[in-house]
Design a protein around this ligand. Structure first.
Ligand code: FES
Length: 242
């Protein structure tokens, strides 16, 4: 559907039967959150570019045969959006179950146990078992950095670490190699993290990681708590300066 409305103009739409007005150009996720409508997310993080990879934020848009990612879909005039339905809940559960089945998320021995967004999402979606066969891949734990640790077994490839490193720190040490289940976060030209010449050891990647994949060294089970409040602050300060 094309819209005659130019970016920034006021438009109206319905989200979960609620009449809402917003600025054209805003995403469904942003508008929903402004109106206290909860849409689950994992890869999205305020202050970073949109990745649209986890698909937790899928919503139904009337007239569209496909589900749309709320974080990456811009609102249009007259749009009718459903953010919660049995179908959406089933898809979201399936996505989270597949994340658990793909790697080795053993919460009971994870340093992020109790402070993990993947674990919280499973609780929120009332997941009490995984219906897919676990793959149990043998993945590396990179212990080469003197301040942090990367456990690929717990990575969900949300790329928050890649984006914060490139977009906020400006180092672009991290990136993604490979595709599908073989995809992995790498440092520089796929070398041990501790040997990276571009990493500034700022720790931003550790703090935006939603799981126990990136953690500080020396933390024991359940001890790792992430601090993400720096991100909105830095984003706001940069906006103010420019
Ligand atoms: Fe929208 Fe991940 S939050 S795709």
């Amino acid at each position: 559907m094309t819209s005659a409305v130019s970016s920034g103009e006021s438009i109206t739409l319905k989200i979960d039967d609620k009449d809402i007005s917003c600025r054209s150009g805003e995403t469904i996720l942003a508008v929903a959150r402004e109106n206290n409508i909860d849409i689950p997310t994992l890869c999205f993080m305020e202050g970073l570019s949109v990745w649209g990879g986890c698909r937790l934020c899928l919503v139904e848009v009337a007239g569209s045969p496909k589900l749309q990612a709320a974080c990456a879909t811009v609102c249009t005039e007259g749009m009718n959006v459903v953010t919660a339905s049995p179908r959406l809940k089933e898809y979201r559960k399936m996505i989270v179950e597949m994340l658990f089945a793909e790697r080795n998320h053993v919460c009971s021995v994870c340093v992020s146990n109790g402070h993990c967004e993947l674990q919280d999402m499973a609780v929120k979606l009332e997941i009490d078992h995984v219906r897919f066969p676990y793959r149990y891949p043998h993945l590396q734990v990179d212990n080469s950095h003197d301040r942090a640790r990367m456990d690929h077994n717990r990575c969900i490839l949300c790329t928050r670490c890649v984006r914060v490193c490139a977009e906020i720190e400006g180092a672009h040490t991290k990136d993604v190699k490979g595709r599908g289940v073989l995809a992995a976060i790498i440092h520089d030209l796929d070398q041990p993290w501790g040997e990276s010449e571009t990493c500034t050891s700022c720790g931003k990647c550790v703090n935006v990681c939603p799981t126990g994949a990136l953690t500080h060294r020396g933390t024991a089970v359940g001890e790792m708590q992430k601090k993400t409040d720096f991100l909105p602050y830095l984003t706001l300060m940069r906006r103010t300066e420019s």
